[in-house]
Design a protein around this ligand. Structure first.
Ligand code: SF4
Ligand code: SF4
Length: 401
């Protein structure tokens, strides 16, 4: 067991009265506030770029707009509690702040047992790990290493539910197929050979347990040395049995359950089975944005770049039917034939692309900061996208217009 050591900045904060700001009032901000408070540090306020948060309170503290931070002295300590690290840092530096910290050293290894954050331990662990990856990614952007944060591995186009607003566009598939596993494995092997590591594989569909051979993929992914987590996303309509259950008994696996209430008819039974076999799992009630419609809208390049740069899934590389895409909407929209395929938006692994050539292609796709062709057909996925009721079911597939 490793012993937690608070970062040196905590001692400095305890011995002075310099203001402390948590930049980001989401889950990481809440966790950072809990940790700092437990260590005896008094936090001055939260700050957040999202206008909807301004003037609200989080854990009893005011959430200020970034412009309001100009009132604070330049030696204020600011903790970055979000994942837009480079843009946040640039903004703070532009305002004259120099004492800017990530939350990695503060949160990594901190004991959240009995915390009042309302978050499950597995969720906390993943949030911290992803923040670490995000910080590493920012460092790596300036170096030669190529480490991916996520890779979505789609094992089937089929789902046991038909949500009319599914952001992975399952509602448009008229004849969904399971993925060709030989092609999938060959593609993942070549990706892994040409990059330096990956934090998290995400196994999904549709509903991954609809595919009776999903165990073959999960066993393959957990077998890679350079992988920390394999997260299986399920809607809790199917309780895996046999090999599909056995493959989950691995320290790298986390089953991430979306609880759609009565639609998730096996929810409690699934958790019981997973717990009984010591399989890490977490269950959450989803919040949905209106991001599941394919509809072309004429927008300027600047508007599209802004959509792309603010999108919460713009770095979720997605492998679907032997092709690698920059986000799940781009993957499924192109796979459905609704979004035109352009070579700049896709790395095609259906042939024998490998080695240095593949590495360069992945770097180009993963590193780009301008919009995808798919963004013109998408409603966006960021804090400005309207919220909608999740999981309204449609009886028939929606027509592609
Ligand atoms: S959102 Fe609904 S349709 Fe889409 S994958 Fe999840 S359960 Fe299936
Ligand atoms: S198409 Fe563009 S805006 Fe839509 S989810 Fe993908 S990256 Fe985000």
């Amino acid at each position: 067991m490793t012993t937690y050591t608070a970062p040196a900045v905590v001692a400095e904060l305890l011995s002075g009265d310099t203001p402390v700001v948590l930049f980001g009032a989401g889950d990481l901000g809440v966790m950072a506030h809990y940790a700092l408070t437990r260590l005896g540090v008094r936090v001055t306020c939260f700050s957040d770029g999202r206008a909807v948060k301004h003037g609200t309170t989080v854990r009893g503290l005011e959430v200020r707009a970034p412009e309001q931070l100009a009132e604070l002295p330049g030696d204020t300590h600011v903790f970055l509690c979000g994942n837009y690290l480079e843009s946040m840092t640039d903004r703070l530096r532009g305002m004259g702040f120099t004492r800017i910290h990530t939350c990695v050293d503060l949160l990594d290894g901190f004991d959240f047992t009995g915390s009042d954050t309302g978050m499950e331990p597995v969720f906390i662990e993943r949030k911290i790990a992803l923040h670490k990856r995000e910080c590493l990614k920012a460092e790596e952007r300036a170096s030669e290493a190529l480490v991916l944060k996520y890779l979505d591995v789609v094992v089937t186009e089929a789902c046991s539910m038909k949500c009319q607003d599914c952001s992975n566009l399952m509602q448009y598939y008229t004849k969904p197929k399971h993925s060709d596993l030989d092609l999938l494995e060959s593609a993942v092997d070549r990706i892994m050979d040409s990059i330096d590591g990956i934090y998290e594989f995400r196994v999904l569909g549709g509903e991954p347990f609809v595919n009776p051979r999903v165990h073959r993929v999960i066993d393959k992914l957990t077998g890679y040395e350079g992988v920390e987590k394999v997260v299986v996303y399920t809607n809790a309509t199917i309780v895996p049995r046999g090999e599909n259950l056995e493959c989950l008994k691995n320290d790298k696996v986390v089953v991430d359950i979306t609880n759609y209430g009565t639609h998730s008819r096996k929810h409690d039974e699934l958790i019981e089975v997973l717990d009984a076999h010591g399989i890490a799992n977490l269950s959450k009630i989803p919040v949905w944005t209106d991001s599941g419609r394919i509809k072309f809208v004429e927008r300027s390049a600047e508007e599209l770049d802004d959509m792309f740069q603010n999108c919460c899934v713009n770095d979720v590389l997605t492998l679907l039917n032997g092709k690698l895409y920059r986000c799940p909407f781009s993957a499924n929209g192109t796979n459905l034939g609704a979004v035109p395929e352009t070579s700049a938006d896709v790395v095609d692994l259906t042939g024998d692309r490998a080695g240095a050539e593949l590495r360069a292609d992945i770097r180009r796709l993963y590193g780009r900061s301008t919009h995808l062709t798919a963004c013109s057909f998408c409603n966006g996925r960021d804090y400005r996208t309207p919220r909608i009721e999740p999981a309204i079911q449609t009886r028939r597939p929606l027509p592609l217009v």
